[in-house]
Design a protein around this ligand. Sequence first.
Ligand code: PSU
Ligand code: MN
Length: 307
Amino acid sequence: MVEPRLEISPEVQAALSEGRPVVALESTIITHGMPWPDNLSTALEVEEVVRASGAVPATIAIIKGEPHIGMQREQLEYIARKGTAVQKVSRRDLPVVMARQLDGATTVSATSALAALSGIHVFVTGGIGGVHRGGEVTMDISADLTELGRTPIAVVCAGAKSILDIPRTLEVLETLGVAVASYGTDEFPAFFTPRSGCRSPARVDSPAEAAAMLDSVQRLGLGSGMLVAVPIPHEQAAEGDEVETAIRAALREADSRGIRGNEVTPFLLERVRALTRGRSLDANIQLVKNNARIGSAIAREYAAQLR
Ligand code: PSU
Ligand code: MN
């Protein structure tokens, strides 16, 4: 078998070979999810949260065609500055950017695939992609969902944004065989708000419980992954209504401007940020850090269970 070419940083490599907890982080959130320079400061702070929580961060991106698992500060700064000029890379795009030696920012799907290939079991992000509103007609269903169905990894997120069709997103996750557990709640969270109106398929109340579920996922060898959905901390959840109004306006705008394909999500995220005058960005940053704390605790518990 030909080995995949992966640039695993020495820090991540050492942790993996010693069985210490590692947490994967994605890069599309840096290039397409947040504006410069908040994207760089957030990326660095999230890595610090992971370290302070006793795990090793592995931010994943493609630099000049090489998948990097764990990045140096200069590399993070390079992609953060370049922003949306870096190609957004889902699983579909991996062969293209690699063969052409381009830079690429990995989405949840590409990050999960590369993390699992590297032997990483836990991945923390903000929100995952899902079934878009109207997706039953357009077939715009994020590759994040398919990836979760075929990759044995735990993705820790704050649920799915209501820019998406959350009930259909949960249906597709079931179809694809993804274990979905919400953290400390019976309701599946909707990113800016803990309320989606959808009952969560399962619930976990501690990092140990989530780690036990991940252990079952791995031992069964089904090859599918799991989603841990952590509700936004209530201090940040206040502007739910304001964000909902902005989301509705952004959806109308995307429709009238004919935004399609992989530009839809970055367009909506940017419009919601502008329409809430940056307040959605603050909530976004806080929630990713909260996910990083909980995801790191899950990675620690899982590593301890494996010893
Ligand atoms: N949702 C967010 N923030 C993000 C994304 C989604 O709240 O940054 C990014 C992630 O990288 C996710 C991707 O994997 O968008 C999904 O894009 P699409 O809907 O085109 O599959
Ligand atoms: Mn899409």
